[in-house]
Design a binder for this molecule. Sequence first.
Ligand SMILES: [Mn+2]
Length: 320
Amino acid sequence: MSEVIVQPSFKWQRQDGQDIKVKDWICPVAEMTEEPQVVVLGVPLSRSSISASAASEFPSAFRKSWELFTTYYIDEQVDIRDLRVADIGDVKMHTTDILQCHRNIEEAMQEVMQKHPQSFYVSIGGDHSITAPLVRALREGKRVGILQFDTHLDLRDLSNGPSNGTPIRQLLEAGVVQGEDVYNIGLHGFYNAPSLIEAAKHYGVNMITLKQMRSKGAQQQIAEVMAALQEKVDFIYVTVDIDVLDIAYAPGVPASTPGGMRTDELFDLLYEVGKYEMVRAMDFVCIDPHRDTSELQTVKAVTYAFLTALSSRYIRTIGN
Ligand SMILES: [Mn+2]
């Protein structure tokens, strides 16, 4: 029994057949007979969000959305059901102590890595503060690159404690990650104050605006970032702050803004990301299902993004 990982509050009745849904495919880790290739970890923490957020409810909303998707991806004409994906449960959280929650997250990730050293890890937030403890656990003394999809730099100083505005700053200040190994794609508009731009320059963070990404296209942009990172780092962590999406596409996000990325652009980017072996782990953060529309526009967008990234990973492994 784990001290820091608890069983999900919500569990599907899985069924077999020709036309399975994602709910029938992703398997509780205890029921898995073979070693999982992908491990999903829920990280239900949102007390660390600057604006009030029910992101702690997202892991459960994410699991519930699995009945809305099949395992067949028509764009690439591939069924991904043979990819072994395990749901390991949620990190146990303290009710009020955020630093204790962060210690639990770090410990839970270490436990996941110990149990499943060869797997690809997908953490489902929670707010963006969870990325710092997750990366701390994953690093193991190696050089880690971060590919961040975000409207914000998340480089706020730590004078008010760790929050969803500080994860990158925390990792840089602690020397866990080097600024030149951080690539932020999706910055746009009027949401990053001059002091934060200064901090990005000070640390050498690579800032790629949404406009710059659009002029290159997803494939070329990701190829360039990956080529640069492959020269420098041992593995890559991908963090997807859903506030990168335009508010019209993702209303269920506390800090989403106009002028952001479209869902199809995020899917294309994550499809490219999935092609690279060096990507060891990924997270999706800052989704507040209580703000979402009744049609679950935001929740569905994230599940779709998750499936897209797994599809290209799967397609890559079939070739091997
Ligand atoms: Mn963020």
